[in-house]
Structures are given as structure tokens and as C-alpha cells.
Design a binder for this molecule. Structure first.
Ligand SMILES: *Cc1c(COP(=O)(O)O)cnc(C)c1O
Length: 368
């Protein structure tokens, strides 16, 4: 192995883009030259294609994943005083979907696979609980057999945050298709990424789809006839056009990152660096590759000195975020979420990263 120093970025979007550069350029130019930029043919086609990929009746294309979450709760009629069960280690945007509707997030700790602990959800259900929001983190679908069963038993709405796991399955069923509605972000780094902001919801419920369609366009179907209190959250034609290209290569990209993840799992042999467990029934798409280490600063600095850039997902979990301080949670309320927030490091992983770079990271970690 060469000890020659190099720089390994945690993600290089340009390399992922370059894998299908000609097709992305063609798609973007087609949209630009069409003269129609909002609520057009590209968006409609993307909606059809994504719904077909997911095997559901409807996809409603939106401006971001955060909007998808906000509008999903709104369309389901979840509002002031309603409680929604969310993982304590979720991304902040997941919780924003709840609080933007004046509903109350009720946090549940994480399990050893770094997803919501499905075994302790039931204890958090009260007569005010209206919904469960599993957030499939890192590319791994949460334990949806158990969670869907609980939603059914207590007659709760089930909203899935699928922003990090396009193509991930649990028991062979796609993440996002277990509940009432699945919310996606197509932020550029996500498994299916646009070249700007974009998001969507998917559902089999005709009424719900129609409601989100209204909500994304000022609450109107017919211009100037505003039936409900909506917002503007429309996916633009350029993003829809490039997403159609991305969708063609989604499965291939997922396979590529799975192979990279396997190299890490086979190669990393250092007792100071733990690789979290993965559910047996899951097809993990490795949006990220998390490891856990006690001296995180020391580990990150060591890797940095070796040219390796890493990230942390997420250093401040939502239950202790400043914006939610009035909810009154302490760090120690959720021991696993606290541990992950303090020990997690995301290693470089992305489509277009070379095997040599992965090996360089593995070798550096094994020398740590
Ligand atoms: C990225 C992300 C979001 C937010 O999506 P945006 O498109 O950035 O608004 C929501 N939830 C999760 C889990 C995410 O990773």
C-alpha cells in the first residue's frame, strides 16, 4: 500500500454528476428550451415514473423534502395538540414537518441499528397520538413490519421519511410504501438526487394525493379558486428532467454504494472503530456509512491529517435542538440517540468514488 498522502472528500457531487453528464445536460437543456418551467410535462412524467418505480398510484412532486413532510401532515389533518411519534435521532427536517403543523413531536430512542426502536414505540402512545413518523436513516429502512402493525392496532397515521433511502426495502417491500404516505427529498446528495432542491410524496390514497396537489399550488386546482390554505411548493421542470435521468440509474447507484460499504465492512479491523449492526431483512442503500468511535474528535482529526474528510450525522439530535428547548428534553433522556450523536462519524461514500480511495480510507483506519 502506498503511504503517499492524498485527499479523500466525504462526497464529491461533481463525480456523481459526471457519471451521466451527457444525459443530465441533455435533460436540463430540453427543459430550458421548452419555454415551460413550472407544472409542466417534465414534472408530470417524473411523477409517473417515480410512482411506477415505487409501485404506488400517486407521486406528487414538490420543492423539497421538508415541504413533503409539512404537506403530508397537513393533508392528513394533523395539527395543534396532536402527538406524533418520531425517532430521537431523526434529522431536524423530519421534526419540522410535525412542528410546522403545530403538532407535538414525541421522541423515541434509537435501537442498535441506529433506527427508531420499534419495541418501545407502544409505551409512548397516548390518546393524543395521531401518527408515527419512522425516519429511515443512512439508507436503511426502519423495522416497518412492527411499526405498521402498531399503526394499525392503534389506528394511527403512518408517515415515512424516505429522504435517505430511495430503493431500500424491508422484507422485500420498498421503504415509503408501508404507510399512508411516503415523503422524499431529492436534495443533491440523496440516493436519488436532483441538481437543486426537490422533493415528493407518494401514496395510494387518491384523496390524499389530490389534497397535496392542492396544497402545493396555493390550495387551488383552478386558478384563483383557492379551496384550502396552501403554499407554493412545486418542483420545477429542470429538476424534474434531471431526476428522470437519476431515476434510471438509482438501482445501479445503490448497488455501487452497497459494494463500497461491503469493502468497508470487510476491510475495517480496528477495535476502536465499531460498525453498527444492520437489520437482516433490509436492503440497505448506504446513503451514508456511519461508524462509531469513543474519541470522535481524535479520530476525525487523525483522518483529516491523512487527507480524509468525514462528516457527523448528527451532532445535535432534534430533542435537544435549541429551537425545541421548550419541549424540555435532556441529552440523557435517550441514551442511544445521545451515544450516536457523540460517537458517529460518516466515512466517505458516494457513486464515482474509486476502490483505491476506499482502500486508502480502510488502511488509514486500521492504522489508527
Ligand atoms: C434531507 C432530509 C430531509 C429534508 O429534505 P430537504 O429536501 O433538504 O428539505 C428530511 N428528512 C431526512 C431524513 C433527510 O435526510
Amino acid at each position: 500500500m502506498s503511504r503517499e498522502k492524498r485527499i479523500v472528500e466525504s462526497v464529491v457531487l461533481k463525480k456523481t454528476f459526471d457519471l451521466h453528464k451527457a444525459e443530465y445536460e441533455e435533460a436540463a437543456l430540453r427543459a430550458l428550451n421548452s419555454g415551460w418551467y413550472i407544472l409542466g410535462k417534465e414534472m408530470e412524467e417524473f411523477e409517473e415514473k417515480f410512482a411506477a418505480y415505487m409501485g404506488v398510484k400517486h407521486c406528487v412532486a414538490l420543492n423539497s423534502g421538508t415541504d413533503a413532510l409539512i404537506l403530508a401532515f397537513r393533508a392528513l389533518g394533523i395539527g395543534p395538540g396532536d402527538e406524533v411519534i418520531v425517532p430521537a435521532g431523526a434529522y431536524i427536517a423530519s421534526v419540522i414537518g410535525v412542528t410546522e403543523n403545530s403538532a407535538i413531536p414525541v421522541f423515541v430512542d434509537m435501537d442498535d441499528c441506529m433506527e427508531i426502536d420499534a419495541d418501545i414505540i407502544e409505551a409512548k402512545i397516548t390518546d393524543r397520538t395521531k401518527a408515527i413518523l419512522p425516519v429511515h436513516l443512512f439508507g436503511q429502512c426502519s423495522r416497518m413490519d412492527k411499526i405498521a402493525e402498531l399503526a394499525k392496532k392503534y389506528n394511527l397515521k403512518l408517515i415515512e421519511d424516505c429522504a435517505q433511502c430511495h430503493g431500500s426495502t424491508y422484507n422485500g417491500k420498498l421503504a415509503g410504501t408501508f404507510g399512508d404516505i411516503g415523503c422524499s427529498s431529492f436534495y443533491p446528495t440523496k440516493p436519488l438526487g436532483a441538481l437543486g432542491d426537490a422533493g415528493a410524496v407518494i401514496t395510494n390514497d387518491d384523496e390524499l394525493a389530490e389534497k397535496v396537489r392542492l396544497l402545493r399550488n396555493y390550495g387551488s386546482k383552478v386558478k384563483y379558486h383557492n379551496e384550502i390554505n396552501g403554499i407554493n411548493s412545486r418542483m420545477d421542470e429542470v429538476q424534474a428532467a434531471v431526476l428522470k435521468v437519476g431515476l434510471k440509474y438509482l438501482d445501479k447507484g445503490n448497488e455501487e454504494r452497497r459494494r463500497q460499504a461491503q469493502m468497508y465492512m470487510d476491510g475495517i479491523k480496528n477495535p476502536k472503530v465499531a460498525i453498527p449492526a444492520v437489520y437482516k431483512k433490509v436492503y440497505h442503500v448506504y446513503h451514508l456509512f456511519p461508524v462509531l468511535t469513543k474519541d470522535r474528535d481524535g479520530f476525525q482529526n487523525y483522518l483529516y491529517e491523512n487527507g480524509i474528510r468525514t462528516q457527523v450525522h448528527y451532532p445535535i439530535p432534534p430533542y435537544v435542538a435549541e429551537c425545541y428547548s421548550e419541549l424540555g428534553y435532556q441529552w440523557s433522556d435517550f441514551p442511544n440517540a445521545e451515544k450516536f450523536a457523540k460517537q458517529e462519524v460518516s466515512l466517505p461514500i458516494y457513486c464515482g468514488m474509486s476502490d483505491e480511495e476506499i482502500q486508502y480510507v480502510i488502511d488509514a483506519i486500521n492504522r489508527y
